[in-house]
Ligand binder design. Structure first.
Ligand SMILES: *Cc1c(COP(=O)(O)O)cnc(C)c1O
Length: 427
């Protein structure tokens, strides 16, 4: 079996029981299935890839080096959004020409380093950024490939905070301004205008939104070509959705059909940038029950995983399936699964049908492979949850466990604090 499944009532991953993983590695702990990540990549590769087409893994979804190394071995390219991610991608074995650099606020230092390093493509998002890149190309004597990210004014995505294609968001350039900026790019002679890009949001299940945005981009690209500009490639963005209620994905065959409908018969090189699709279902956050507390008509299951480990429920009101790892008898009262952090917003799930659990039992928060571990924090001075990847039936640690001493060692007490006269402590 690939990914997560039950065997004799016990939740397992790729032949390993989650109970065993919790005993060996402790909780809270992210557990990933390498086989499931590979299967998700193969599924989209099968329907989308052909000569002239590329899949760039949007590494912000899960940027652990082991995850990156896996996708690098599978032949993926990457999409990155900071120079930190650039260094991670390099460390995982990607070459700069396999990288696309996206993002609305790339700094001069980030751009300079990426250009000197030979980055494959920069997706520029404003006239100011294009001017900045042109200046850097002159300064460095290196000619970067630059695509223009356009804003097609298509609002799509699973939540307002991850919808990026509307004209009222900070992303991209309106089509009306794109022509003039593309001309500036081409006329500069120091950068290679490599085409257009869009990314309308994340967690998109409705393929019509893609079709509308891509058609908008295609029309603009055709118009630029008819005026004599070179427009070799189009970057269609990421955002392919995953249904967290059952772990199914948007229909990939229909996705590929949509690509065909809009771009069939053209000679544009095409790229997509899936993040969530490739990793969401391949991971869970494994937690242990600390206490069970019964209220009037509600039960609170207090676990050792919290909003600092997985902030998606709090930040995006996102739903994650929550499953007991063991086989427990049913319980009739709905439960809130909450963490130890001192905020009412610290929950992993609300009003769930959960079996009868007690202190020490294990609970897995599913579909946590994307935008989970990458958003961990040390809030409440909690060390980061560890990460384990199951490879060929064997669990491996993929990040060093963080100690409380690591947190303390990161802070500095300036000696100038001693300028404040010390008072006698309170009684
Ligand atoms: C976040 C992002 C992606 C990936 O989005 P998913 O919903 O994870 O597929 C792709 N491209 C860009 C530019 C992004 O910012």
């Amino acid at each position: 079996m690939t990914g997560f499944y039950r065997d004799q009532g016990q939740l397992c991953v790729d032949g390993v029981s989650l109970t065993d993983i919790a005993s060996t590695f402790g909780t809270p702990c992210y557990v990933y299935s390498a086989a499931k990540m590979a299967a998700s990549y193969q599924a989209i590769a099968e329907v989308f890839l052909s000569p002239g087409r590329r899949i760039h893994y949007a590494m912000k979804a899960n940027a652990n080096l082991a995850v990156l190394k896996l996708f690098q071995r599978l032949g993926a390219h990457v999409d990155l959004v900071s120079i930190g991610e650039y260094h991670r991608a390099l460390a995982a074995g990607f070459t700069p020409d396999q990288m696309v650099f996206s993002g609305v606020g790339k700094t001069g230092d980030e751009l300079r380093e990426a250009i000197i390093g030979g980055i494959g493509q920069i997706n520029a998002e404003s006239a100011a950024e294009v001017d900045h890149i042109i200046a850097l190309a002159k300064e460095t004597g290196v000619m970067p490939s630059v695509a223009l990210r356009i804003n097609p004014d298509v609002a799509a995505g699973g939540h307002a905070k991850i919808s990026t294609g509307g004209s009222d968001t900070k992303f991209g350039i309106p089509g009306t301004e794109a022509e003039a900026i593309y001309r500036r790019m081409t006329d500069s002679q120091v950068i290679r205008a490599s085409g257009l890009a869009v990314h309308i949001g994340s967690q998109i299940m409705n393929l019509n939104a893609f079709a509308t945005a891509w058609q908008y981009m295609r029309d603009l690209a055709d118009r630029l070509r008819s005026q004599g500009y070179l427009v070799p490639s189009l970057d269609l963005g990421g955002g392919i959705g995953v249904d967290y209620s059952d772990g199914s994905t948007a229909d990939l065959a229909a996705f590929a059909d949509t690509v065909e409908t809009v771009f069939g018969g053209s000679d544009y090189h095409l790229a997509i940038e899936p993040g969530r699709l490739l990793v969401a279902e391949a991971g869970c956050l494994l937690t242990r029950v600390i206490y069970v507390k019964d209220g009037e008509d509600k039960r609170f299951i207090i676990v050792d995983g919290a909003m600092n480990d997985l902030i998606r429920p709090t930040l995006y009101e996102s739903f994650h399936r929550i499953e007991a790892v063991g086989d427990h008898p049913a319980h009739s009262i709905p439960a809130d699964i909450v963490g130890p952090v001192c905020e009412t917003g610290d929950y992993l799930g609300l009003g769930r049908e959960m079996p009868s659990l007690k202190t020490g039992d294990l609970v897995a928060v599913m579909s946590a492979g994307a935008y989970g571990a990458v958003m961990r924090s040390n809030y409440n001075s909690r060390p980061l949850a560890s990460e384990v990847m199951v490879i060929n039936g064997t669990p491996h640690r993929i990040s060093k466990p963080q100690q409380i001493s690591d947190l303390l060692a990161a802070d500095i007490i300036p000696s100038a604090i001693a300028d404040f006269p010390a008072s006698a402590p309170q009684e």
